[in-house]
Design a protein around this ligand. Structure first.
Ligand SMILES: Cc1cc2nc3c(=O)[nH]c(=O)nc-3n(C[C@H](O)[C@H](O)[C@H](O)COP(=O)(O)O)c2cc1C
Length: 386
């Protein structure tokens, strides 16, 4: 029975070849950061308040003038086409069905315009990696502007790729190198292999300007080898601003001074994240640094958080500590692997159901009631404390 996100994780493990599951599920070095994300979330208790009217719970939140039905969204993940052909559009549609945004990765496998078309009425965000050849980012941002992307998310925690040893042990590289182990892996997952054989190997479809031209081998190789622009610094932000005048977020903030710096540079939002434990294994959990970052920006811009969210109660925890909303990465990929769009949607529904239940049990009819300093007198005295 698929009752929770961990059930979907186990189902994904059965459905996906080992090297794909390991790519999705894996993390850096000894996975301490991955474990820390969960441990620190689990350690936060929320104290129920009783005898409050919770006949109707309101889970909606407003972000950049748009109403989300729930305070969570889909995080950018690269290579969704390896999990399922058409994975980016499937996730965008799942998000739309739930009334929450989808963030498309620079390393996605479908054209930005095509994914935008898959869910034209839903907020669509674009995550940006800036590679050494900055013209790639410039083209992508220009296309984002033209096709109505709502917000741009600059990821700053990947100057180089983290050390993911499961990928190295599996010999995972693109294009796939034929080995006996790979042949066995594919043969024992016929559903996945058949779908992939029909669709062809996933490409980084957004790294070429002209969709009809042969894929730019150079740009693809740059992304694969994570040839990021390591000269990208705070003073590079005006360059990005000159290309993009919509909401600009920075993803991968863990230090309050960096949060304050982002604020000074006119950034519109932050995503507190350690990339799901996939980059620096020694990094703190995202939830543990969230309060200091919320304090550093003094309510001037929304602060989002990801890394480790697996239950609706985790969403409540992050909101109680000041996050406007959270993002989920692996959970929707487990759903996508298990049953495509329907699976991703089911995962989001689980989060929604669990969040509503947690709010009701906490006596919090509205998301604001989850905040430590709720100021609405009608909510009673203090809101639930973390
Ligand atoms: C398979 C995979 C691919 C990812 N690719 C990207 C990416 O292309 N860009 C990015 O900013 N973050 C990427 N991330 C990080 C996610 O956006 C997010 O920070 C992380 O997954 C959150 O943790 P969670 O998986 O515990 O929810 C990726 C994560 C996973 C699991």
């Amino acid at each position: 029975m698929l009752l929770n996100i961990d059930d979907y994780r186990r189902a994904a493990r059965r459905t996906l070849p080992g090297f794909v599951f390991d790519y999705v599920d894996g993390a850096a070095d000894d996975k301490h950061c991955l474990a820390r994300n969960r441990r620190d979330l689990d350690a936060i208790t929320l104290v129920p308040r009783v005898l409050r009217d919770t006949r109707a719970t309101d889970t909606a939140v407003e972000v950049f003038g748009t109403r989300w039905r729930f305070p969570f969204a889909i995080a950018p993940t690269g290579l969704n086409g390896l999990v399922r052909p058409g994975g980016d559009a499937a996730l965008a549609r799942a998000a739309a069905a739930m009334g929450v945004p989808f963030t498309q990765s620079t390393a996605s496998n479908q054209r930005l315009e095509a994914v935008r078309q898959a869910a034209p009425d839903n907020p669509h965000w674009l995550q940006l990696y800036v590679m050494q050849d900055r013209s790639i980012a410039e083209q992508l941002v220009r296309r984002a502007r033209q096709c109505g992307v709502q917000a741009l998310v600059l990821t700053v925690d990947v100057p180089v790729s983290g050390n993911r040893e499961r990928d190295a042990r599996n010999g995972f590289s693109l294009p796939l190198r034929p080995t006996a182990k790979l042949a066995w892996d594919l043969a024992s997952h016929p559903g996945w292999s058949l779908r992939m054989a029909r669709a062809g190997a996933p490409q980084f479809a957004n790294l070429v300007e002209d969709p009809d031209a042969a894929l730019s081998a150079q740009a693809q190789a740059a992304l694969l080898s994570r040839a990021m622009d390591r000269s990208l610094v705070w003073d590079s932000l005006p360059w990005l601003r000159s290309l993009w005048d919509g909401p600009l977020l920075i993803k991968g903030i863990l230090h309050p001074q960096d949060a304050a710096r982002a604020l000074q540079h006119g950034v519109d939002g932050l995503v507190v994240s350690n990339h799901g434990g996939r980059q620096l294994d020694a990094a703190p959990s995202a939830i543990s640094v969230l309060p200091a970052i919320v304090q550093a920006v003094r309510g001037q811009i929304p602060v989002f958080m990801d890394s480790g969210v697996r239950r609706g109660a985790d969403v409540a925890r992050a909101l109680a500590l000041g996050a406007r909303a959270v993002f989920v990465g692996r959970p929707v990929l487990y759903g996508l692997a298990t049953s495509g769009q329907a699976g991703a949607e089911a995962v989001l529904q689980i989060l929604a159901r669990e969040l509503t239940l947690a709010m009701t049990l906490l006596g919090a009819a509205r998301l604001q009631d989850l905040e430590p300093q709720a100021d609405d007198a009608s909510a009673g005295s203090d809101a639930p404390s973390p």
